[in-house]
Write a protein that binds this ligand. Structure first.
Ligand SMILES: Cc1cc2nc3c(=O)[nH]c(=O)nc-3n(C[C@H](O)[C@H](O)[C@H](O)COP(=O)(O)OP(=O)(O)OC[C@H]3O[C@@H](n4cnc5c(N)ncnc54)[C@H](O)[C@@H]3O)c2cc1C
Length: 412
Protein backbone atom coordinates (compact mmCIF):
# COMPACT_ATOMS: atom_id res chain seq x y z
CA UNK A 1 0.00 0.00 0.00
CA UNK A 2 1.23 3.53 -0.76
CA UNK A 3 2.39 5.25 2.41
CA UNK A 4 2.54 8.93 3.37
CA UNK A 5 3.62 10.87 6.44
CA UNK A 6 2.11 14.32 6.94
CA UNK A 7 4.03 16.64 9.28
CA UNK A 8 1.76 19.21 10.97
CA UNK A 9 -1.97 19.09 11.69
CA UNK A 10 -2.95 22.66 10.84
CA UNK A 11 -5.53 23.35 8.14
CA UNK A 12 -3.19 22.23 5.35
CA UNK A 13 -2.00 19.06 7.10
CA UNK A 14 -5.49 17.93 8.10
CA UNK A 15 -6.86 18.60 4.61
CA UNK A 16 -4.10 16.68 2.81
CA UNK A 17 -4.02 13.79 5.32
CA UNK A 18 -7.78 13.22 4.82
CA UNK A 19 -7.46 13.57 1.03
CA UNK A 20 -4.68 10.97 0.84
CA UNK A 21 -6.46 8.54 3.18
CA UNK A 22 -9.66 8.79 1.14
CA UNK A 23 -7.75 7.96 -2.05
CA UNK A 24 -6.15 4.80 -0.71
CA UNK A 25 -2.94 5.97 0.98
CA UNK A 26 -1.85 4.70 4.36
CA UNK A 27 -1.31 7.95 6.27
CA UNK A 28 0.55 8.84 9.46
CA UNK A 29 -0.07 12.36 10.79
CA UNK A 30 2.57 13.85 13.10
CA UNK A 31 1.71 16.90 15.23
CA UNK A 32 3.94 18.52 17.82
CA UNK A 33 1.07 19.80 20.01
CA UNK A 34 -0.32 17.44 22.63
CA UNK A 35 -3.66 17.24 20.79
CA UNK A 36 -5.29 18.29 17.53
CA UNK A 37 -6.72 21.74 18.11
CA UNK A 38 -7.47 25.05 16.44
CA UNK A 39 -7.31 28.57 17.84
CA UNK A 40 -10.47 30.45 18.70
CA UNK A 41 -10.49 33.00 15.87
CA UNK A 42 -12.34 32.84 12.55
CA UNK A 43 -11.32 32.66 8.89
CA UNK A 44 -12.64 34.03 5.64
CA UNK A 45 -12.92 31.31 3.05
CA UNK A 46 -12.89 32.96 -0.37
CA UNK A 47 -14.27 31.32 -3.55
CA UNK A 48 -10.95 29.57 -4.28
CA UNK A 49 -11.03 28.01 -0.80
CA UNK A 50 -14.66 26.94 -1.20
CA UNK A 51 -13.79 25.41 -4.60
CA UNK A 52 -10.90 23.50 -3.01
CA UNK A 53 -13.15 22.19 -0.23
CA UNK A 54 -15.63 21.09 -2.90
CA UNK A 55 -12.85 19.16 -4.68
CA UNK A 56 -11.96 17.58 -1.34
CA UNK A 57 -15.60 16.58 -0.79
CA UNK A 58 -15.89 18.80 2.31
CA UNK A 59 -17.84 21.84 1.08
CA UNK A 60 -21.20 20.67 2.43
CA UNK A 61 -19.63 20.12 5.85
CA UNK A 62 -18.24 23.65 5.74
CA UNK A 63 -21.52 25.23 4.64
CA UNK A 64 -23.30 23.61 7.58
CA UNK A 65 -21.14 25.58 10.03
CA UNK A 66 -20.18 28.73 8.09
CA UNK A 67 -21.90 32.07 7.43
CA UNK A 68 -21.83 34.29 4.33
CA UNK A 69 -18.69 36.47 4.30
CA UNK A 70 -19.06 40.24 4.49
CA UNK A 71 -18.78 42.27 1.32
CA UNK A 72 -15.35 43.25 0.04
CA UNK A 73 -16.25 46.95 0.24
CA UNK A 74 -13.80 49.19 2.09
CA UNK A 75 -14.48 52.20 4.30
CA UNK A 76 -12.46 55.07 5.75
CA UNK A 77 -12.21 55.41 9.55
CA UNK A 78 -14.97 58.05 9.43
CA UNK A 79 -17.31 55.49 7.83
CA UNK A 80 -17.32 56.88 4.28
CA UNK A 81 -17.03 54.27 1.55
CA UNK A 82 -13.66 54.14 -0.15
CA UNK A 83 -14.79 51.27 -2.37
CA UNK A 84 -18.50 50.45 -2.53
CA UNK A 85 -19.21 46.73 -2.00
CA UNK A 86 -21.08 46.36 -5.28
CA UNK A 87 -18.04 47.77 -7.17
CA UNK A 88 -15.57 45.60 -5.30
CA UNK A 89 -17.67 42.50 -5.86
CA UNK A 90 -17.96 43.13 -9.61
CA UNK A 91 -20.35 40.94 -11.55
CA UNK A 92 -19.33 37.57 -10.12
CA UNK A 93 -22.30 35.63 -8.81
CA UNK A 94 -23.41 32.05 -8.17
CA UNK A 95 -21.68 29.11 -6.58
CA UNK A 96 -18.27 30.10 -7.95
CA UNK A 97 -18.40 33.46 -6.17
CA UNK A 98 -19.37 32.04 -2.77
CA UNK A 99 -17.32 33.42 0.16
CA UNK A 100 -17.81 32.24 3.72
CA UNK A 101 -16.67 33.07 7.21
CA UNK A 102 -16.16 30.22 9.65
CA UNK A 103 -14.94 29.77 13.20
CA UNK A 104 -11.55 28.03 13.01
CA UNK A 105 -12.69 25.35 15.48
CA UNK A 106 -15.64 24.55 13.20
CA UNK A 107 -13.41 24.30 10.12
CA UNK A 108 -11.00 22.17 12.16
CA UNK A 109 -13.84 19.83 13.21
CA UNK A 110 -14.94 19.54 9.55
CA UNK A 111 -11.39 18.59 8.51
CA UNK A 112 -10.95 16.15 11.42
CA UNK A 113 -14.26 14.47 10.49
CA UNK A 114 -12.81 14.10 6.96
CA UNK A 115 -9.81 12.13 8.28
CA UNK A 116 -11.89 8.98 8.68
CA UNK A 117 -10.70 6.30 11.06
CA UNK A 118 -7.75 4.78 9.18
CA UNK A 119 -5.14 7.49 9.83
CA UNK A 120 -2.43 6.89 12.42
CA UNK A 121 -2.40 10.17 14.39
CA UNK A 122 0.62 10.86 16.61
CA UNK A 123 0.48 13.97 18.75
CA UNK A 124 3.33 15.28 20.90
CA UNK A 125 5.77 14.52 18.06
CA UNK A 126 8.00 17.46 17.11
CA UNK A 127 9.90 16.55 13.97
CA UNK A 128 13.52 17.63 14.31
CA UNK A 129 15.39 16.09 11.41
CA UNK A 130 14.87 15.13 7.79
CA UNK A 131 16.74 12.46 5.87
CA UNK A 132 17.97 13.87 2.61
CA UNK A 133 19.39 11.14 0.39
CA UNK A 134 18.18 10.72 -3.16
CA UNK A 135 18.53 6.92 -3.02
CA UNK A 136 16.86 6.33 0.35
CA UNK A 137 13.14 6.63 1.11
CA UNK A 138 12.08 9.96 2.62
CA UNK A 139 12.13 9.96 6.42
CA UNK A 140 11.67 12.33 9.35
CA UNK A 141 12.59 11.86 13.01
CA UNK A 142 11.91 13.37 16.39
CA UNK A 143 14.27 12.70 19.30
CA UNK A 144 12.89 9.14 19.76
CA UNK A 145 11.70 7.64 16.48
CA UNK A 146 11.96 7.77 12.70
CA UNK A 147 9.07 7.63 10.22
CA UNK A 148 9.76 6.46 6.67
CA UNK A 149 7.26 6.55 3.79
CA UNK A 150 6.92 6.80 0.01
CA UNK A 151 5.83 10.41 0.41
CA UNK A 152 6.36 12.99 3.15
CA UNK A 153 4.20 16.12 3.08
CA UNK A 154 5.58 19.04 5.10
CA UNK A 155 2.62 21.05 6.39
CA UNK A 156 4.44 22.32 9.46
CA UNK A 157 3.78 26.03 8.98
CA UNK A 158 5.87 29.13 8.39
CA UNK A 159 8.78 27.96 10.57
CA UNK A 160 8.82 24.52 8.91
CA UNK A 161 11.77 22.38 9.98
CA UNK A 162 11.37 20.26 6.84
CA UNK A 163 11.51 23.30 4.52
CA UNK A 164 14.59 24.64 6.31
CA UNK A 165 16.37 21.42 5.40
CA UNK A 166 15.04 21.08 1.84
CA UNK A 167 14.86 24.70 0.72
CA UNK A 168 17.37 26.66 2.82
CA UNK A 169 17.22 29.58 0.37
CA UNK A 170 13.84 30.51 1.86
CA UNK A 171 13.66 32.30 5.24
CA UNK A 172 10.73 33.33 7.45
CA UNK A 173 10.90 37.07 8.19
CA UNK A 174 8.65 39.44 10.16
CA UNK A 175 6.20 41.14 7.78
CA UNK A 176 6.24 44.49 9.61
CA UNK A 177 2.82 44.37 11.22
CA UNK A 178 1.10 42.98 14.28
CA UNK A 179 -2.35 41.40 14.07
CA UNK A 180 -5.02 40.61 16.62
CA UNK A 181 -8.21 38.61 16.30
CA UNK A 182 -11.13 37.86 18.56
CA UNK A 183 -14.61 36.36 18.51
CA UNK A 184 -17.06 38.12 20.83
CA UNK A 185 -19.79 35.57 21.61
CA UNK A 186 -23.32 36.78 20.88
CA UNK A 187 -24.31 36.85 24.54
CA UNK A 188 -21.64 39.53 25.07
CA UNK A 189 -21.78 41.23 21.67
CA UNK A 190 -22.82 44.88 21.88
CA UNK A 191 -26.46 45.57 21.27
CA UNK A 192 -26.22 47.98 18.39
CA UNK A 193 -28.79 49.09 15.91
CA UNK A 194 -26.07 48.60 13.27
CA UNK A 195 -25.62 44.95 14.11
CA UNK A 196 -29.23 44.14 14.83
CA UNK A 197 -31.01 45.74 11.89
CA UNK A 198 -29.61 44.69 8.53
CA UNK A 199 -31.09 47.74 6.81
CA UNK A 200 -29.05 50.29 8.73
CA UNK A 201 -27.04 52.71 6.59
CA UNK A 202 -23.37 52.01 5.95
CA UNK A 203 -23.48 48.37 6.96
CA UNK A 204 -25.65 46.80 4.33
CA UNK A 205 -23.86 43.95 2.61
CA UNK A 206 -24.07 43.36 -1.13
CA UNK A 207 -26.44 40.59 -2.22
CA UNK A 208 -25.43 37.29 -0.70
CA UNK A 209 -23.03 38.82 1.81
CA UNK A 210 -23.54 39.56 5.49
CA UNK A 211 -22.90 42.70 7.47
CA UNK A 212 -19.35 43.57 8.32
CA UNK A 213 -16.42 44.60 6.20
CA UNK A 214 -13.12 46.33 6.06
CA UNK A 215 -11.91 49.77 7.18
CA UNK A 216 -8.54 51.30 6.28
CA UNK A 217 -6.75 54.09 8.12
CA UNK A 218 -3.15 55.32 8.07
CA UNK A 219 -1.40 51.95 8.25
CA UNK A 220 -4.15 50.56 10.51
CA UNK A 221 -6.84 48.18 9.36
CA UNK A 222 -9.97 46.69 10.91
CA UNK A 223 -12.26 43.97 9.62
CA UNK A 224 -15.29 42.32 11.15
CA UNK A 225 -17.81 39.66 10.20
CA UNK A 226 -20.79 38.01 11.79
CA UNK A 227 -20.66 34.33 12.70
CA UNK A 228 -24.25 33.15 12.65
CA UNK A 229 -27.18 35.20 13.91
CA UNK A 230 -27.78 36.59 17.35
CA UNK A 231 -29.85 34.21 19.45
CA UNK A 232 -29.68 31.34 16.97
CA UNK A 233 -27.19 29.25 18.93
CA UNK A 234 -27.62 30.20 22.58
CA UNK A 235 -24.33 30.68 24.39
CA UNK A 236 -21.98 29.02 21.87
CA UNK A 237 -18.64 30.81 21.92
CA UNK A 238 -18.22 29.87 18.25
CA UNK A 239 -20.99 32.26 17.22
CA UNK A 240 -20.83 36.02 17.51
CA UNK A 241 -18.86 38.87 16.01
CA UNK A 242 -15.39 38.14 14.63
CA UNK A 243 -12.94 40.99 14.25
CA UNK A 244 -9.33 41.32 13.10
CA UNK A 245 -7.13 44.39 13.58
CA UNK A 246 -3.73 45.09 12.01
CA UNK A 247 -1.27 47.81 12.97
CA UNK A 248 2.21 48.55 11.66
CA UNK A 249 5.09 47.44 13.88
CA UNK A 250 6.32 44.36 15.64
CA UNK A 251 4.71 41.67 17.83
CA UNK A 252 3.65 43.26 21.18
CA UNK A 253 4.92 41.51 24.30
CA UNK A 254 2.59 43.26 26.81
CA UNK A 255 -0.12 41.37 28.72
CA UNK A 256 -3.51 41.09 26.92
CA UNK A 257 -5.16 43.80 29.07
CA UNK A 258 -2.50 46.33 28.02
CA UNK A 259 -2.75 45.20 24.39
CA UNK A 260 -6.51 45.74 24.50
CA UNK A 261 -6.05 49.25 25.94
CA UNK A 262 -3.61 50.02 23.13
CA UNK A 263 -6.03 48.74 20.50
CA UNK A 264 -8.85 50.86 21.97
CA UNK A 265 -6.59 53.91 21.79
CA UNK A 266 -5.30 53.24 18.27
CA UNK A 267 -8.82 52.76 16.89
CA UNK A 268 -10.53 55.47 18.97
CA UNK A 269 -12.87 57.61 16.82
CA UNK A 270 -13.20 54.95 14.09
CA UNK A 271 -16.75 54.53 12.85
CA UNK A 272 -19.37 52.47 14.67
CA UNK A 273 -19.38 49.63 15.65
CA UNK A 274 -15.57 49.43 15.96
CA UNK A 275 -15.33 51.18 19.36
CA UNK A 276 -18.30 49.17 20.67
CA UNK A 277 -16.65 45.92 19.54
CA UNK A 278 -13.40 46.78 21.34
CA UNK A 279 -15.43 47.72 24.44
CA UNK A 280 -17.15 44.31 24.37
CA UNK A 281 -13.89 42.41 23.89
CA UNK A 282 -12.34 40.85 26.99
CA UNK A 283 -8.56 40.30 27.32
CA UNK A 284 -9.13 36.53 27.20
CA UNK A 285 -10.77 36.85 23.75
CA UNK A 286 -7.63 38.39 22.22
CA UNK A 287 -5.29 36.34 20.06
CA UNK A 288 -2.19 38.09 18.81
CA UNK A 289 -0.37 36.67 15.79
CA UNK A 290 3.21 37.27 14.79
CA UNK A 291 2.89 38.11 11.09
CA UNK A 292 5.67 36.45 9.09
CA UNK A 293 6.27 35.66 5.45
CA UNK A 294 8.75 33.64 3.41
CA UNK A 295 11.39 35.54 1.47
CA UNK A 296 11.81 34.24 -1.14
CA UNK A 297 9.35 31.39 -1.48
CA UNK A 298 11.20 28.11 -2.23
CA UNK A 299 12.38 27.55 -5.81
CA UNK A 300 10.61 24.20 -5.70
CA UNK A 301 7.91 22.59 -3.52
CA UNK A 302 8.89 19.07 -4.74
CA UNK A 303 11.94 17.01 -3.76
CA UNK A 304 12.52 13.48 -5.00
CA UNK A 305 13.89 10.78 -2.71
CA UNK A 306 13.79 6.97 -2.99
CA UNK A 307 10.66 5.81 -4.85
CA UNK A 308 8.87 9.06 -4.00
CA UNK A 309 9.89 12.22 -2.16
CA UNK A 310 8.86 15.29 -0.20
CA UNK A 311 6.23 17.95 -0.82
CA UNK A 312 5.95 21.40 0.83
CA UNK A 313 2.38 22.55 1.43
CA UNK A 314 0.52 25.55 2.95
CA UNK A 315 2.47 28.10 4.98
CA UNK A 316 5.50 25.77 4.96
CA UNK A 317 5.73 26.44 1.21
CA UNK A 318 4.37 29.95 0.70
CA UNK A 319 3.60 31.81 3.95
CA UNK A 320 2.65 35.39 3.15
CA UNK A 321 1.44 38.28 5.29
CA UNK A 322 -2.28 38.08 6.03
CA UNK A 323 -3.23 41.14 3.93
CA UNK A 324 -5.13 39.03 1.40
CA UNK A 325 -6.47 36.71 4.15
CA UNK A 326 -5.75 33.81 1.90
CA UNK A 327 -3.19 31.46 3.47
CA UNK A 328 -5.72 28.86 4.61
CA UNK A 329 -7.55 28.92 1.26
CA UNK A 330 -4.26 28.32 -0.54
CA UNK A 331 -3.33 25.47 1.82
CA UNK A 332 -6.70 23.87 0.96
CA UNK A 333 -6.00 24.40 -2.75
CA UNK A 334 -2.58 22.71 -2.34
CA UNK A 335 -4.27 19.72 -0.71
CA UNK A 336 -6.87 19.47 -3.51
CA UNK A 337 -4.14 19.69 -6.18
CA UNK A 338 -2.11 16.99 -4.48
CA UNK A 339 -5.16 14.74 -4.13
CA UNK A 340 -5.78 14.93 -7.84
CA UNK A 341 -2.09 14.46 -8.85
CA UNK A 342 -1.52 11.51 -6.53
CA UNK A 343 -4.80 9.67 -7.06
CA UNK A 344 -3.29 7.00 -9.34
CA UNK A 345 0.43 7.47 -8.59
CA UNK A 346 2.39 4.49 -7.34
CA UNK A 347 5.90 4.46 -5.84
CA UNK A 348 8.48 4.74 -8.60
CA UNK A 349 8.27 6.66 -11.84
CA UNK A 350 4.61 7.74 -11.64
CA UNK A 351 4.93 9.04 -8.07
CA UNK A 352 8.10 10.94 -9.00
CA UNK A 353 6.32 12.49 -11.98
CA UNK A 354 3.36 13.52 -9.81
CA UNK A 355 5.70 15.05 -7.21
CA UNK A 356 7.42 17.15 -9.91
CA UNK A 357 4.07 18.16 -11.42
CA UNK A 358 2.93 19.62 -8.07
CA UNK A 359 5.52 22.44 -8.26
CA UNK A 360 4.77 23.08 -11.95
CA UNK A 361 1.05 23.31 -11.18
CA UNK A 362 1.16 25.31 -7.96
CA UNK A 363 4.22 27.53 -7.92
CA UNK A 364 3.39 30.06 -10.70
CA UNK A 365 -0.03 30.88 -9.17
CA UNK A 366 1.40 31.05 -5.65
CA UNK A 367 4.34 33.26 -6.67
CA UNK A 368 1.82 35.62 -8.30
CA UNK A 369 -0.39 35.73 -5.20
CA UNK A 370 2.62 36.33 -2.94
CA UNK A 371 3.58 39.33 -5.13
CA UNK A 372 0.00 40.63 -4.98
CA UNK A 373 -0.05 40.17 -1.22
CA UNK A 374 3.10 42.31 -0.90
CA UNK A 375 1.63 45.00 -3.16
CA UNK A 376 -1.68 45.04 -1.26
CA UNK A 377 0.26 45.02 2.04
CA UNK A 378 2.28 48.07 0.96
CA UNK A 379 -0.90 49.80 -0.21
CA UNK A 380 -2.80 49.02 3.00
CA UNK A 381 0.17 50.11 5.12
CA UNK A 382 0.23 53.57 3.50
CA UNK A 383 1.11 55.83 6.41
CA UNK A 384 1.00 59.62 6.25
CA UNK A 385 -1.46 61.80 4.43
CA UNK A 386 0.20 61.87 0.99
CA UNK A 387 0.71 58.11 0.75
CA UNK A 388 -2.78 57.56 2.19
CA UNK A 389 -4.36 59.85 -0.42
CA UNK A 390 -2.46 58.09 -3.25
CA UNK A 391 -3.66 54.75 -1.91
CA UNK A 392 -7.26 55.94 -1.62
CA UNK A 393 -7.16 57.29 -5.18
CA UNK A 394 -5.74 53.98 -6.49
CA UNK A 395 -8.45 52.02 -4.68
CA UNK A 396 -11.12 54.32 -6.08
CA UNK A 397 -9.79 53.80 -9.61
CA UNK A 398 -9.62 50.01 -9.53
CA UNK A 399 -12.21 48.77 -7.04
CA UNK A 400 -13.11 45.70 -9.08
CA UNK A 401 -9.50 44.61 -9.32
CA UNK A 402 -9.07 44.78 -5.55
CA UNK A 403 -12.23 42.75 -5.03
CA UNK A 404 -11.01 40.10 -7.48
CA UNK A 405 -7.62 39.92 -5.77
CA UNK A 406 -9.25 39.56 -2.34
CA UNK A 407 -11.58 36.85 -3.55
CA UNK A 408 -8.72 34.98 -5.27
CA UNK A 409 -10.49 35.02 -8.62
CA UNK A 410 -8.85 33.03 -11.34
CA UNK A 411 -8.83 36.07 -13.61
CA UNK A 412 -5.95 37.85 -11.83
C1 LIG B 1 -4.19 37.61 11.51
C2 LIG B 1 -4.35 36.55 10.45
C3 LIG B 1 -5.56 36.41 9.79
C4 LIG B 1 -5.72 35.42 8.80
N1 LIG B 1 -6.90 35.32 8.16
C5 LIG B 1 -7.06 34.42 7.18
C6 LIG B 1 -8.31 34.30 6.50
O1 LIG B 1 -9.28 35.00 6.83
N2 LIG B 1 -8.42 33.38 5.49
C7 LIG B 1 -7.36 32.58 5.12
O2 LIG B 1 -7.50 31.79 4.17
N3 LIG B 1 -6.17 32.66 5.76
C8 LIG B 1 -6.00 33.54 6.79
N4 LIG B 1 -4.81 33.61 7.46
C9 LIG B 1 -3.72 32.69 7.09
C10 LIG B 1 -3.92 31.30 7.70
O3 LIG B 1 -4.18 31.40 9.09
C11 LIG B 1 -2.67 30.43 7.49
O4 LIG B 1 -2.17 30.62 6.19
C12 LIG B 1 -3.03 28.96 7.66
O5 LIG B 1 -3.52 28.72 8.96
C13 LIG B 1 -1.80 28.09 7.38
O6 LIG B 1 -2.13 26.73 7.64
P1 LIG B 1 -1.00 25.60 7.62
O7 LIG B 1 -1.71 24.33 7.92
O8 LIG B 1 -0.20 25.70 6.39
O9 LIG B 1 0.00 25.99 8.81
P2 LIG B 1 -0.26 26.09 10.37
O10 LIG B 1 -1.65 26.50 10.67
O11 LIG B 1 0.85 26.94 10.92
O12 LIG B 1 -0.09 24.58 10.92
C14 LIG B 1 1.16 24.01 11.10
C15 LIG B 1 1.00 22.84 12.06
O13 LIG B 1 2.24 22.13 12.12
C16 LIG B 1 2.58 21.88 13.47
N5 LIG B 1 4.05 21.81 13.53
C17 LIG B 1 4.93 22.83 13.37
N6 LIG B 1 6.19 22.37 13.46
C18 LIG B 1 6.11 21.04 13.66
C19 LIG B 1 7.08 20.02 13.83
N7 LIG B 1 8.41 20.30 13.81
N8 LIG B 1 6.68 18.75 14.01
C20 LIG B 1 5.33 18.44 14.05
N9 LIG B 1 4.37 19.39 13.90
C21 LIG B 1 4.75 20.67 13.70
C22 LIG B 1 2.00 23.06 14.23
O14 LIG B 1 1.82 22.76 15.62
C23 LIG B 1 0.68 23.26 13.49
O15 LIG B 1 -0.35 22.44 14.00
C24 LIG B 1 -4.63 34.58 8.47
C25 LIG B 1 -3.41 34.69 9.16
C26 LIG B 1 -3.27 35.67 10.13
C27 LIG B 1 -1.94 35.78 10.85
Amino acid sequence: MRSAVVVGAGIGGLAVAGALARTGWQVTLLERADRLRADTAALLIWPDGVRALRALGLADGLRAVASPAPSTGIRRPNGQWLVQPDLANGSETGEDAESLVVHREDLHDTLVAGLGDRIDIRTGVAVRSVRLARDAPPAVSDSRATWEADLIVAADGVDSIVRRRLAPESTAVAAGSAAWRAVIPWFRAPSLPDLDSPGSPGLVGAAGTSLGGETLGAGHRFRYALLGERGATGTSSRRGVYWAATVPGAYRPEPPLTQLSLLRRWFADWHSPIGELFAATEPGDLIQHPVAELRPIPRSFSFRAGQGGYILLGDAAHAMSHHLSHGACLALEDAAALQSLLRDATPGRSLGTAIDAYTRERRPRLARIVRQSRRVGAMFAANGSLAGRARDAALGLSPGLLGRVLRGSRTH
